[in-house]
Write a protein that binds this ligand. Structure first.
Ligand code: ADP
Ligand code: MG
Length: 339
């Protein structure tokens, strides 16, 4: 009998891994934005062409990379953010898998420009389909710019699977909003085909919410806060009159990471009981702070799902925080005396 098992070449392994990390332009944007935040940027600019199908560029003024790190950053499981499995339980950065850049470079044409403050020259790298086409010194600003061009140029089946430009742009705006909300002290801008979609200056969270969702939220946000030994809840809820028929504008962040949880959504909507019609959904932006040892963020590759070791307590704290906020601001249900 002959042996038949072989290790896959890196380019193929990266392409397979990319299937988990990069489903669409917006998922690449999420990874690039998170890298910019992890790099300590205070200004982040996003340029999008053709809803990200042609180009997504993220330019940051963060700490940049050395020439060696710039090359290493495209290797799979190459990360500066964790070193041992113990670190998995105290993650404070967005990234830690070391998969994003390797995945993106496997399925797109990528140009990286990066410079550290202490080096006079930075590094420019062109890489496509995991193959480095060019690496050379480069004179430019401190920080990092990553351009992702022609996503899935080498995987036609996946390229065809992308949705229409409006749908892909909606996903891009969603990702942009999530990161911009959780880092109100960072300036963010978003350009689509040279048109400015957002230009957000650093400022308070309430200011950021108005910048993202419009002036109708000005003066309409109710602060919400509850501090307990297990979890802190802080943020804003919208007044019932700002409730929408769609669920779009509802945000939970756990240790500044956006998460989806229908269970916790329910904690908020149940606190609004009696204030809203059954088809209306309240606006909220709530930040939960919790000891990282009580959560597991490693359950899903795109990391929007999370496991809490005590979900019921968190539910109760959120519900009580929202109820208190509504009560303190006299947004309580009017009593029906006709009964
Ligand atoms: P991860 O973020 O999980 O570590 P990535 O593939 O996203 O994995 O990035 C690999 C490494 O490249 C990061 O750990 C970081 O050291 C470096 N890096 C990526 N993007 C940037 C950036 N914008 N600025 C500085 N360093 C970066
Ligand atoms: Mg990353």
């Amino acid at each position: 009998m002959s042996d038949v098992i072989q290790l896959l070449p890196d380019a193929i392994a990266n392409q397979i891994a990319a299937g988990e990390v990069v489903q669409r332009p917006a998922s690449a944007l999420k990874e690039l934005l998170e890298n910019a935040v992890d790099a300590g940027a205070t200004q982040v600019q996003v340029v999008v062409k053709e809803s990200g199908k042609q180009l997504i560029q993220v330019i940051d003024n963060g700490k940049g990379m050395s020439a060696t790190d710039a090359r290493m950053s495209f290797e799979r499981h190459a990360t500066s953010k964790i070193r041992s499995s113990n670190d998995l339980f105290s993650i404070r950065t967005f990234g830690f898998r070391g998969e994003a850049l390797a995945s993106i470079a496997a399925v797109a044409q990528v140009e990286l420009k990066t410079r550290q403050a202490e080096s006079e020259l930075g590094t420019l790298i062109h890489i496509e389909g995991s193959e480095v086409k060019k690496q050379e010194p480069f004179a430019g600003n401190v920080g990092t710019s990553v351009s992702m061009k022609n996503l899935f140029y080498n995987v036609p089946a996946r390229r065809n699977f992308l949705k229409s430009n409006p749908v892909e742009m909606r996903h891009i705006v969603d990702e942009f909003q999530r990161v911009a909300l959780s880092y109100n002290e960072i300036g963010f801008s978003l350009f689509q085909q040279d048109l400015e979609v957002y230009c957000l200056t650093p400022g308070k969270l309430s200011h950021r919410i108005v910048g993202l969702f419009g002036k109708n939220y000005q003066g309409q946000l109710v602060p919400c806060e509850e501090l307990t030994p297990h979890v802190n809840v802080k943020g804003y809820i919208g007044k019932p009159e700002n409730a929408k028929k769609t669920r779009g504008e509802q945000f939970f962040f756990v240790n500044n990471r956006f998460i989806k949880s229908s269970y916790l959504n329910h904690a908020v909507s149940s606190a609004f009981e009696g204030l809203l019609q059954s088809d209306q959904h309240p606006f909220y932006v709530l930040f939960l702070e919790i000891d990282p040892s009580h959560i597991d963020i490693n359950v899903h590759p795109t990391k929007t799902e999370i496991k809490f070791d005590d979900e019921r307590t968190i539910y109760a704290v959120i519900r009580s925080a929202v109820k208190q906020a509504l009560g303190a601001h006299h947004v309580v249900p009017s009593l029906d005396f006709s009964l």
